[in-house]
Design a protein around this ligand. Structure first.
Ligand SMILES: Cc1cc2nc3c(=O)[nH]c(=O)nc-3n(C[C@H](O)[C@H](O)[C@H](O)COP(=O)(O)O)c2cc1C
Length: 211
């Protein structure tokens, strides 16, 4: 606390971490996916609401269900990835607030009467949680390939609509169709031989101001 983490760790999380499109033939253990969630869950969200839901597609069958929704350029990299996560958000996330934010009992009611606030809050925080997933995956030695090139409507119908399986979750949120996809993220151990040179980033002076 109060001290920077060492440079090797910072490099692994940021400076040396890349977006991968080709994968080593090395599987990702189910325990690693559980460890991944157990890390990312600690990162902050509004009112501790944690609206993100994560569907880890690992079986060939689950991947095939995703295939028709993928943009053509994303098919090969996704079908060959050991795991593809659908980072989604639950529009009924506020129903969990009595457990997650118990000291403020009015909060669930406030969201329940304001669908616009629900949507904005769920999207913002699931995007944050998706970013936490990327950083946590890198901390566990995994590589990532995030993607927004897919048909959200098709994914929502296939994975989150009425009557669909809930991926072993212990809540009933999936079958009722109030979970929406945000973005996809391939996970695995990347093939560094397939990387193109690193693209530039904006300078501090182009992206930031200190007021
Ligand atoms: C939300 C998001 C959506 C993206 N969508 C796609 C995509 O659909 N297809 C793709 O090939 N790359 C996609 N990318 C990858 C970016 O182009 C890549 O992360 C960026 O160029 C930085 O590459 P680097 O991490 O290797 O420096 C996406 C990245 C993010 C974070």
């Amino acid at each position: 606390m109060g001290q920077p983490i060492d440079d090797t760790a910072v490099n692994a999380l940021f400076r040396d971490a890349r977006t991968y499109t080709k994968w080593q033939p090395r599987p990702v253990a189910e325990q690693t996916l559980r460890d991944l969630y157990d890390l990312l869950k600690w990162a902050p969200t509004s009112a501790n609401g944690a609206p993100a839901r994560f569907a880890f597609l690992q079986s060939k069958e689950a991947k095939e269900r995703l295939r028709p929704a993928l943009a053509p350029l994303n098919v090969a990299k996704t079908m060959s990835a050991p795991v593809t996560v659908i980072v989604a958000y639950d529009l009924r996330f506020y129903e969990q607030l009595p457990k997650l934010f118990p000291h403020s009992p009015g909060m669930a009611k406030m969201f329940g009467s304001n669908p616009e606030l629900v949507e904005t809050t769920a999207k913002r925080n699931s995007s944050l949680q998706g970013a936490y997933l990327i950083v946590a995956a890198r901390a566990l030695g995994l590589d990532c390939g995030p993607m927004s090139g897919f048909d959200n409507k098709k994914v929502d119908e296939e994975f989150f609509a009425a009557g669909k399986p809930c991926f072993g979750c212990d809540q009933e949120f999936f079958p009722e169709g109030h979970v929406k996809s945000n973005f996809l993220c391939n996970l695995g151990y990347g093939d560094p031989g397939a990387l193109h040179p690193r693209l530039p980033r904006l300078l501090f002076s182009e992206a930031c101001s200190i007021l």
